[in-house]
Design a protein around this ligand. Structure first.
Ligand code: BGC
Length: 427
């Protein structure tokens, strides 16, 4: 990559991201914990990287690396391990974590729900049950009352569509249903939960900045000729709608997209102060008769010359620019990149990944898109859901072989620190 100095606007917020279940460890009262134990091929999160007990040391490292903000998740299952019983010790523990970040001068972006539910919520049919919305809002009220002074940015839901699709259609995540009806019903309840949480946070603090973090994979037709080419283009339209457009349109207009069955949701209209963009890869849609199970699409095809991550995800920075343009065009609201990163154990590709994706962000900024900040995923190696601990997304490496779980910044962590210090990057 060759370019001059790319300066970012002053006040651009530089940080990194994690989620509770992926780093804290021992999230015993959660649906994921139980599912991990009950599912033979599924790795267990166990004590993860033991952030729960080592947050002070990790925050010191964040500060040493110059990160200005940290996107952190809070676990409902820890705070309300049994229905209606809030755990004082857990909330005091979270308070100490958040205070420690403030002490280091690090801004806080707080995620209220990142895929994981308390086990008792899963047992009552999770998001299919309308009571879950009420209970979620009670939990949000509790957080606002106890910890509401800390967040600089709030994220109500992380990638709801990924969890809904994986939990209700592809059966990759708990509760492993296969039901379009369940998927739609759960999506409507999650939109209700978001709208309610947005309202509650604003009641408490009218100036709060609240958004959602959405996954925006960049789908691209392979470019076949004739009927196949037509099919690939239709597949893109369908997948864009399925993965994010139907949700985004519902949130923007306050009316459920026909995809979710139509109807209004109270408080949903304009319930976003900023858009959270999670971007990782391009996915090429290649028409293939053999792949009937995935709708006659081969989804792992990689065009010649395109690099991939350790998880075989295509590295495609211009996809990020296109997504930023699309989201800006839809909402016209400030954007934070709430996740962007690569599984790369050797750290050979991460420096270029960071630089090229930031160049794409810069290009979007130059064309008028209001991007306010960037959170790299991830600050540190963590539990990558179905894949367990093998994929290494961290700027900081964790040695899982050593019981002391030592942390070591990778070379890309130093590069990212330099970018933060300079508020920009050179070739
Ligand atoms: C999720 C993270 C996950 C990351 C990498 C995002 O979809 O929000 O929890 O670790 O992607 O797969």
């Amino acid at each position: 990559m060759q370019h001059g100095f790319l300066k970012f606007p002053s006040g651009f917020l530089w940080g990194s991201a994690v989620s509770g279940h992926q780093i804290e460890g021992t999230n015993r009262h959660s649906d994921w914990w139980h599912w991990e134990l009950a599912t033979p091929a599924q790795p267990e999160s166990g004590k993860a990287i033991d952030y729960w007990n080592r947050f002070e040391e990790d925050h010191q490292l964040l500060a040493d690396l110059g990160h200005q903000a940290f996107r952190i998740g809070i676990e409902w299952a820890r705070l309300e391990p049994r229905k209606g019983e809030f755990d004082r010790e857990a909330v005091e523990h979270y308070r100490r974590m958040l205070e420690s970040l403030k002490k280091h001068g690090i801004k806080i972006c707080l995620t209220l729900h990142h895929w994981v539910l308390p086990k008792w919520v899963a047992d009552q049919n999770d998001w299919l049950n309308p009571d879950t919305v009420e209970q979620f809002l009670r939990y949000v009220e509790f957080i606002i009352a106890e910890l509401g002074e800390f967040p600089d940015l709030w994220i109500t839901l992380n990638e709801p569509m990924v969890a809904l699709l994986a939990g209700n259609i592809s059966r990759d995540f708990p509760p492993q249903r296969r039901s379009l009806r369940a998927f739609r019903r759960a999506a409507c309840n999650m939109l209700r939960a978001h709208a309610g949480a947005y309202g509650l946070i604003h009641q408490h603090n009218a100036g709060a900045c609240v958004g959602m973090a959405m996954a925006y994979p960049f789908f691209e037709p392979w470019g076949s000729r004739g009927l196949c080419g037509w099919y690939e283009r239709q597949a893109k339209r369908f997948l864009d709608r399925l993965f994010y457009q139907a949700w985004d349109e519902s949130a923007r207009r306050g009316k459920l997209h026909w995809f979710f069955g139509g109807g209004e949701i109270e408080g949903l209209c304009d319930s976003i102060d900023f858009c959270g963009v999670n971007y990782y890869f391009r996915l090429s849609l290649c028409c293939s008769r053999k792949h009937w199970k995935t709708g006659f699409l081969r989804l792992d095809a990689v065009p010649d010359g395109v690099e991939v991550s350790d998880m075989d995800w295509q590295i495609w920075p211009s996809g990020l620019e296109a997504i930023l343009q699309e989201v800006w065009g839809r909402f016209g609201k400030p954007i934070y990149i709430t996740e962007n990163g690569i599984a790369d154990a050797s750290d050979a590709k991460r420096p270029e990944y960071i630089a090229s994706h930031l160049a794409a962000v810069h290009a979007a900024l130059a064309s008028g898109v209001d991007v306010r900040g960037y959170f790299h995923w991830s600050f540190i190696d963590n539990f990558e859901w179905k894949e367990g601990f093998a994929p290494r997304f961290g700027l900081v490496a964790v040695d899982y072989e050593d019981p002391a779980l030592p942390r070591t910044p990778r070379p890309s962590a130093a590069l990212y620190s330099r970018i933060i210090r300079d508020n920009g990057l050179t070739s």
